[in-house]
Design a protein around this ligand. Structure first.
Ligand SMILES: Cc1ncc(COP(=O)(O)O)c(C=O)c1O
Length: 300
């Protein structure tokens, strides 16, 4: 793995081995919470998009697992590690996890660790992001929110990964979760929107992650949210996925139904990209520029 700057337990390092203990409870039971945050190169340098919203969601995940979480320190860590990376467009990955303890399920005595690193990043859906993603309906159900809260808890992602594996094995790029009553939940790492008769609607479902890109797009588009059955989604004029990594990605196919790239999705994508690149001054409060005059990128 490439060496990236690391902010670990409050200290910035680069080139030091980023290791965790084999008996870390997080490794055995998925006892951690993470975030996926993007920075973009703007005319005033690299800026982190919606940092506060991401860290607020992370704080909820940490609270659910009883992990300590200092939002101010983590924000500082994100800024420092991005600055040290020398990157403009980057993906920031903070993680708080139980790094020491025993094999018991009572976490109160476990020791917590946290880190954040910055990686060069493009849309994880690759080429599909521009031409549209081909998805199928997963045979797996989404984690029920009354079993695992829809937050970025590490262990919860086994569900997404199983669905993604089945999708790629069947020749698709994504999987959509649909509940037992036929209502759309979300994709493995994105929320879902539909456009019908020019109206943009966010799919609402209690088992879906409350996405920050989803909230952003709802505000941008003045869109409402409501439950959407799979049958209705299949009849929509356009369907798109939203996520920090996926940004706004059109859905090109769902099973046998195909869509050509739609004008509303394209317009929203342009508006979104202008916002994240700092070209829309009315949304500048969503961007946190890395402080000016920061130190030069650290090298190993
Ligand atoms: C399961 C799941 N749903 C939706 C999203 C989109 O959330 P956000 O827009 O906050 O990145 C993500 C990505 O974090 C995700 O992992």
């Amino acid at each position: 793995m490439a060496i990236h700057p690391l902010w670990r337990n409050g200290k910035l390092t680069v080139g030091s081995p980023a290791q965790a203990h084999l008996m870390a409870p997080a490794l055995h039971y998925g006892l951690g919470v993470f975030e996926g945050i993007r920075s973009y190169l703007t005319s005033s340098g690299p800026a982190i998009f919606r940092l506060d919203a991401h860290l607020e969601r992370m704080a909820k995940g940490a609270a659910a697992l009883g992990l300590p979480f200092d939002m101010g320190a983590m924000a500082q860590g994100c800024m420092e590690v991005l600055d040290a990376s020398g990157l403009g467009d980057a993906y920031l990955r903070p993680l708080v996890f139980y790094g020491s303890g025993n094999l018991g399920l009572d976490v109160d005595q476990h020791g917590a660790e946290c880190f954040v690193t910055a990686l060069p990043w493009n849309n994880h859906l690759g080429d599909a992001a521009a031409r549209g993603v081909k998805a199928h309906v997963s045979t797996l159900r989404r984690n029920a929110s009354d079993a695992i809260p829809p937050l970025k808890l590490c262990g919860g992602y086994v569900n997404s990964i199983l669905a993604k594996r089945a999708a790629t094995a069947a020749g698709f790029e994504e999987a959509l979760f649909v509940d037992a009553r036929g209502y759309v939940v979300e994709a493995t790492g994105e929320n879902i929107f539909m456009v019908a008769g020019g109206k943009v609607t966010a799919v609402a479902h209690p088992d879906a992650l409350p996405g920050i890109t989803r909230a952003t797009v709802m505000e941008m588009a003045g869109a409402g949210a409501r439950p959407v059955a799979l049958e209705e989604l299949l009849e929509a004029d356009e369907v798109f996925l939203t996520g920090t990594s996926a940004e706004i990605t059109p859905l090109a196919a769902l099973g046998g139904r195909t869509w050509t790239a739609g004008p509303v999705t394209a317009d929203l994508r342009k508006i979104y990209m202008d916002i994240v690149r700092g070209k829309d001054s009315s949304r500048s409060s969503w961007l946190r520029p890395v402080r000016e005059g920061g130190h030069a990128p650290l090298r190993p």
